[in-house]
Design a binder for this molecule. Structure first.
Ligand code: G5P
Ligand code: MG
Length: 226
């Protein structure tokens, strides 16, 4: 199925709510290009760029990096995919970032993955990551086929430095204080679609159905006529 125009989707939710996991499924099912602010920052840290070195302590302490730094990074990356439909994960995280994004493009819809904090705390300490691709695993939920290795490349998996219990608590606090107002920002514009639950496998069918309708409204009409 080919999209009839370019779609721009933002995915939001607390740390560990499953944004990366859901994004992987959206990419596979709908072919959107995934752009993750956290993956971009971690790639900069791994490559030891000036920006990566500057931002590492901020991220490891569970604080947000400054708005101007992350906005510049994301907007530069967005320019290279402006002819594609995309899914933006982890940006915007403050109202200032949301206003910056509004200044450069119009977003079609905002998906909010709403998972209780208690569920999240248990998940994040057992997360494993393939750094080059951003593929995520969890020893309870979706373990790799071979322990410690990525299913696709066979390369080693790592644990994120910010997945310690204390840092997770700080990340959830900063989500409450700085990112929840962004949900209100999009809700007031009528753009927010919230999907609540404690299991990605139960939330995903609803997101999939919503995006199918949004991205392929013509199919709905065909079904309606039949
Ligand atoms: P990130 O990288 O954007 P967060 O904190 O927003 O980080 P995170 O931790 O990447 O979000 P996620 O993507 O929402 O979480 O969740 P995930 O990785 O898919 O799933 C979490 C774990 O749960 C995985 O192990 C997965 O397998 C498992 N899982 C999924 N579903 C289920 C389920 O149903 N059951 C179970 N049992 N497990 C499941 O940002 C990192 C940092 O970068 C900076 C900040 O410092 C931030 O803290 N940053 C920004 N700073 C300022 N502005 C921005 N815009 C920034 N963006 C990033
Ligand atoms: Mg993520």
């Amino acid at each position: 199925m080919v999209l009839q125009r370019i779609f721009r989707v933002v995915i939001m939710g607390p740390p560990g709510s499953g944004k990366g996991t859901v994004s992987g499924r959206v990419v596979k099912r709908f072919g959107l290009t995934h752009l993750s602010s956290g993956d971009l920052l971690r790639a900069n840290i791994k490559a030891q760029t000036e920006l990566g070195l500057l931002m590492k302590s901020c991220i490891d302490q569970g604080q947000l990096v400054p708005d101007d730094v992350i906005s510049r990074l994301i907007l530069t990356e967005m320019r290279s995919i402006e002819q594609s439909s995309w899914l933006l994960d982890g940006f915007p995280r403050t109202v200032t970032q949301a206003e910056t994004l509004d200044g450069v493009c119009s977003v079609d819809t905002v998906i909010n993955v709403d998972v209780p904090f208690q569920t999240i705390k248990q998940r994040l300490t057992s997360r494993w990551l393939h750094l080059p691709s951003g593929r995520v695993y969890n020893i309870d939920f979706n373990p790799p086929k071979i322990s410690g290795l990525d299913d696709v490349t066979g390369e080693p998996l790592i644990q994120r430095d910010d997945d310690t219990p204390e840092t997770i608590t700080r990340r959830l606090k900063s989500y409450e204080n700085q990112t929840q107002p962004v949900l209100e920002y999009y809700r007031s514009k009528g753009m927010l679609e919230t999907f609540s639950g404690t299991e990605t496998n139960k939330i995903w069918p609803h997101i999939q159905a919503f995006l199918s309708k949004k991205l392929f409204p013509q199919n709905d009409k065909v079904v309606g006529k039949a």
